[in-house]
Design a protein. Structure first.
Length: 371
C-alpha cells in the first residue's frame, strides 16, 4: 500500500511538546521532596494518584532520545539511502551534529550561568580551576559523562545526547547488515550486561527501535493499517489495544520485581508506545497539534532553563501558587517567555548565520586536517 501519511517534522515538534509537558510534571510533582515541603493541591485527583502519574512521565526522557535518533537516522538516510557511508563521512556527520548541539546550547548556557552568578545561586565547586573545568564540561555537554559538578543536574541529558550522536553511525552500520536483528542485539546483552539505573546506558534500547521505526516507516504503516473494514472500528480497536498496552507496560515498570529485570526493555518500549499513541490519536485534533507544536518549538530551551526557575531562582514563589496546574502553567509560561526573549536576542545578533559559519568552518577544517 502506498503511504500517504507521514510522521513529519511538525509531528516531531508536537510530540516534543508533549514530552516537555511531561518533563515539567515529573520534575515538579513526582516526589514529595521535589516540592520542598510545600502544600500542593492536585484537585480533582487524589495526591497519590497525581504523583504516580507524574512519576510515570519520566518516560519523556526516552521520548526525547527516540526523536533525536529518529531524526538523525532520517538525516543520514536522505544522503545515504543504503547507509553505505565510510568512516570519513561518519566522523564529519558526528562532528557537525555535535557542534550544532553545543551551539544550540550556548545562548541558554550563558544566560543561566550569568543569572545564577548575579543571583548568588552559583553551584559550581569552589576554586577558580575547579569552576573553569566544570563550566567547560557543562558547556560541551559532558559534565555528567565525566562525573563533574553540573550547574544543574537536569543538564545530565546533554551527555546522553552526545552519546547518541557519536554512537549512531556504528548502530546504523549494524542495522545495515542485520536489519531488525539489531533490536535483539541491543536488548539481550543490554538487559544483563549494562548496569541498572544508570542514566547514560538505561535508555540505549531506544537506539535500535528509533532506527528501525525511521527506516521502515513503522509509525506511518501503523496509522494507515485497517485491521477491520470499518475505519471507525479500526481506529477504536487500535485505541483499545494500544492504550491497554501502555497501561500494562507502565504497571510492569512500576513493579519493583519487573523493573529490576526488564528496566532496559521497558525504558525503550514505553516511550515508543506513547509516541505512537499520540501520533495516532492526539495530533490530528484541531488546535491541539498547533499548541503542542508551539511548546515543542521551545522545548529545548525550556528544558535547559526550567529547573533554575523551579529550584534556584523562584523556588518559594513557584510552589506558593498552591495548585499543581497553576504551578505547571507558571513554570511553562515563564520558561517560554525566557525562550522567546533569547530567540529575539539571537535574531538581533544574527546567531543562526554565525552558527552556520562556525559549523561550516569547523567541518571544513576537520575535513582538511583529519584526512
Amino acid at each position: 500500500m502506498e503511504q500517504t501519511i507521514k510522521f513529519t517534522k511538525k509531528n516531531t515538534l508536537a510530540v516534543k511538546g508533549i514530552a516537555i509537558s511531561f518533563l515539567l510534571c515529573y520534575h515538579c510533582f513526582s516526589q514529595t521532596a521535589r516540592m520542598g515541603g510545600a502544600e500542593v493541591s492536585f484537585w480533582p485527583l487524589p495526591q497519590n494518584l497525581a504523583m504516580l502519574i507524574s512519576l510515570c512521565m519520566v518516560h519523556c526522557v526516552g521520548m526525547f532520545a527516540f526523536l533525536s535518533v529518529y531524526g538523525l537516522t532520517l538525516s543520514m538516510k536522505s544522503k545515504y539511502p543504503e547507509y553505505d557511508f565510510d568512516g570519513h563521512t561518519a566522523t564529519l556527520f558526528v562532528l557537525k551534529r555535535y557542534v550544532k548541539l553545543v551551539l544550540t546550547f550556548l545562548v541558554p548556557f550563558v544566560f543561566c550561568v550569568g543569572v545564577t552568578f548575579v543571583t548568588d545561586t552559583f553551584r559550581y565547586p569552589a576554586g577558580m580551576f575547579a569552576n573553569i573545568i566544570s563550566i567547560i564540561m557543562d558547556f560541551f555537554g559532558v559534565g555528567h559523562m565525566f562525573g563533574g559538578r553540573m550547574l544543574v543536574s537536569t543538564w545530565w541529558y546533554l551527555s546522553l545526547e552526545v552519546l547518541l550522536i557519536f554512537f549512531l553511525p556504528v548502530a546504523l552500520q549494524i542495522y545495515r547488515k542485520y536489519s531488525w536483528l539489531i533490536v535483539m542485539l541491543f536488548l539481550l546483552p543490554g538487559s544483563f550486561l549494562i548496569e541498572k539505573h544508570v542514566h547514560l546506558t538505561k535508555y540505549l534500547f531506544i537506539v535500535p527501535l528509533a532506527i528501525c521505526f525511521a527506516d521502515q516507516q513503522v509509525f506511518e504503516r501503523l496509522k494507515s493499517w485497517k485491521p477491520l473494514k470499518s475505519q471507525a472500528l479500526s481506529k477504536f480497536l487500535k485505541f483499545v489495544v494500544s492504550t491497554g498496552m501502555i497501561l500494562a507496560l507502565l504497571m510492569l515498570w512500576n513493579s519493583r520485581w519487573a523493573l529490576e529485570r526488564f528496566e532496559f526493555m521497558l525504558n525503550g518500549l514505553i516511550p515508543v508506545a506513547i509516541i505512537y499513541w499520540a501520533y495516532e490519536f492526539l495530533l490530528d485534533i484541531p488546535g491541539l497539534h498547533q499548541l503542542l507544536e508551539f511548546l515543542g518549538k521551545y522545548s529545548a530551551t525550556v528544558f535547559y532553563i526550567h529547573t533554575f526557575i523551579r529550584t534556584l531562582w523562584l523556588r518559594d514563589f513557584t510552589y506558593s501558587l498552591g495548585h499543581a496546574a497553576v504551578i505547571w502553567l507558571f513554570l511553562m509560561g515563564s520558561s517560554i517567555l525566557i525562550a522567546v526573549f533569547l530567540d529575539v536576542v539571537k535574531k538581533l545578533i544574527h546567531y543562526e548565520k554565525i552558527s552556520n559559519v562556525v559549523i561550516d568552518g569547523f567541518i571544513g577544517w576537520a575535513d582538511r586536517t583529519l584526512w
